[in-house]
Design a protein around this ligand. Structure first.
Ligand code: C5P
Length: 400
C-alpha cells in the first residue's frame, strides 16, 4: 500500500489545454488507493467534461459555487474540510493570480481559501506568460504562504513555443504529492497508540461498548508512520482497514487493552491514548447466554476498569511523551485541563463531542491541544490533517 492509500485528495482543474492531463492525474491517484474528488473551473469544462471526471473519480464532479443541488450534498465548505490535500493541476496564470489575491469568485478559488488542508499548485501556461514578472511575483507570493509549487516542466508547448510552462507529467505530480505524506522527522522513534472502543462482555453474546469509530486513532497512526516513526496500534474492534506500515494489536476489552499497553509502552517515545475505553465492566461474565426473566428488570453489577493512560504515565520506564484525549460535551477546556493533570499527561487533546461535525464517527475534528505551557486551537479539518498537526506538536514537545 502506498502513501496515498485512503488519503482524501481534492483535484482542482483549471481551464488550459493541459486540463486533459487532469484526467490522467485522477486515474493515477485512484490507482494509488486515494479517495479523489474533482473540482472543474468553468474554463476547464471547455476542455474536459464533468462526466469524464466523475467516471474516473467515482464521485460527482463539482463545478459551481452556488449550485443548490451540489450545496445540498457536499457543499464547498464540506469539500474544503474533506480534503487531506488539495492540488490544482493544471493551474493557469489566471488561477494563480486569483489565488495570490485571495479571490473567491468561483468554486475552485473559494475551496482553496476555505480548506485547512495543504494546497499544491502545478502551473501550466505559455512560456512567455510563465516568465512574466506578474506571474513570477504571484507564484513567489503563493510559495511564501506555504503553497507547494510543483513544476512547471520545460519543453515543447501546445502553442508551438519551447520553454518552461508545461504541466509536469501526471506521474511526476503523483510522486511529489506522495512525498507530501512522508517526512523522516520521527525516524527511529517508537509510538504506541490505543484506538477505538472496548467491549466489555456481559455473557457470550452481549457486551457494553460505545460509539467510538477509531478514525482519530487510526489517522494518528498513519500520520506518525508518515513521519517515519515505528507505530504500534492497539485497536479495539473497529471497521477500519489496518494502516500501512503500522503494527496492529487487536484487543477487545479494556483489561486486554491495558495489558497490551503496559507491555508495549515501556521506553516508547510517545504513548497516545485515543481509545474510548469503557470505564466499567460487568463484575463477572455469565458463562451462558442470560435468559430474559419475563416481567422483571435486570441490574448489572459493574466494576471499574483500569485507567490505561494513567497506568502508562506511571510506569517506571514511562514513555517520554504521554498524550490523551478528552471527549467532552460541556465545559470542554476546564474538564480537559483537569484531566491532563489528574492523569499525568504531557498533552491533552480536547474534543467537543456534542457538535455533529466533531462527534464520534465523524471524518472531521476540531480540537484544542493543551499542554502545561500553552493551548492551541485546531479548526475543523479532516481527521488526517488534525492528526498531522498533533504529530507535529508532539514532535516539538519531544525535542524540547
Ligand atoms: O477519563 P476519560 O475517559 O475522559 O479520559 C480520556 C482519556 O483517557 C483518553 O485518552 C482515553 O484513551 C484514556 N483512558 C484510558 N483508560 C481508561 C479511560 C480513559 O486510557 N480506562
Amino acid at each position: 500500500m502506498g502513501r496515498l492509500h485512503q488519503r482524501h485528495i481534492l483535484v482542482a482543474i483549471s481551464g488550459g489545454i493541459a486540463a486533459y492531463k487532469g484526467a490522467e492525474l485522477v486515474r493515477l491517484l485512484k490507482k494509488q488507493g486515494a479517495a479523489v474528488r474533482v473540482v472543474l473551473s468553468r474554463g476547464a469544462t471547455e476542455f474536459i467534461t464533468p462526466l469524464t471526471m466523475q467516471a474516473l473519480s467515482g464521485e460527482p464532479t463539482h463545478t459551481e459555487l452556488l449550485d443548490e443541488e451540489a450545496e445540498a450534498g457536499m457543499g464547498h465548505i464540506e469539500l474544503a474540510r474533506w480534503a487531506d490535500l488539495m492540488v490544482i493541476a493544471p493551474a493557469t496564470a489566471d488561477v494563480i493570480a486569483r489565488l495570490a489575491q485571495g479571490r473567491a469568485d468561483d468554486l475552485l478559488t473559494t475551496v482553496a481559501l476555505a480548506t485547512p488542508a495543504p494546497v499544491a499548485v502545478a502551473p501550466a501556461m505559455n512560456q512567455q506568460m510563465w516568465a512574466h514578472a506578474a506571474t513570477q511575483d504571484n507564484v513567489a507570493l503563493l510559495a511564501s504562504r506555504g503553497i507547494q509549487i510543483i513544476g512547471p516542466d520545460a519543453g515543447e508547448q501546445a502553442c508551438g513555443d519551447i520553454g518552461p510552462g508545461r504541466l509536469l507529467e501526471p506521474e511526476a505530480i503523483v510522486a511529489t504529492l506522495s512525498e507530501r505524506f512522508e517526512n523522516r522527522s520521527l525516524e527511529g522513534r517508537r509510538v504506541v497508540i490505543t484506538a477505538g472502543p472496548t467491549r466489555e462482555a456481559i455473557d457470550p453474546v452481549r457486551y457494553l461498548s460505545n460509539h467510538s469509530s477509531g478514525k482519530m486513532g487510526y489517522a494518528l497512526a498513519q500520520a506518525f508512520a508518515a513521519a517515519g516513526a515505528q507505530v504500534e496500534l492497539i485497536s479495539g474492534p473497529v471497521a477500519l482497514e489496518p494502516p500501512a506500515r503500522v503494527t496492529v494489536h487487536q484487543v477487545t476489552s479494556a483489561v486486554e487493552m491495558c495489558d497490551a499497553a503496559t507491555k508495549l509502552a515501556g521506553d516508547a517515545d510517545f504513548f497516545i491514548g485515543a481509545a474510548a475505553v469503557a470505564d466499567y465492566r460487568p463484575a463477572a461474565k455469565a458463562s451462558e447466554k442470560m435468559k430474559k426473566q419475563e416481567g422483571r428488570g435486570l441490574s448489572l453489577d459493574l466494576v471499574e476498569n483500569p485507567d490505561i493512560i494513567a497506568t502508562v504515565a506511571q510506569l517506571p520506564n514511562r514513555p517520554r511523551i504521554v498524550a490523551g484525549f478528552a471527549a467532552e460535551t460541556h465545559d470542554l477546556l476546564s474538564h480537559a485541563r483537569a484531566k491532563r493533570l489528574r492523569k499525568g499527561l504531557d498533552m491533552i487533546i480536547a474534543n467537543d463531542v456534542s457538535a455533529p461535525e466533531t462527534t464520534f464517527g465523524s471524518n472531521q475534528n476540531a480540537v484544542h491541544l493543551i499542554t502545561a505551557e500553552n493551548e492551541t486551537h485546531l479548526a475543523l479539518a479532516s481527521k488526517y490533517v488534525i492528526a498531522e498537526h498533533i504529530v507535529a506538536a508532539l514532535a516539538t514537545q519531544l525535542s524540547e
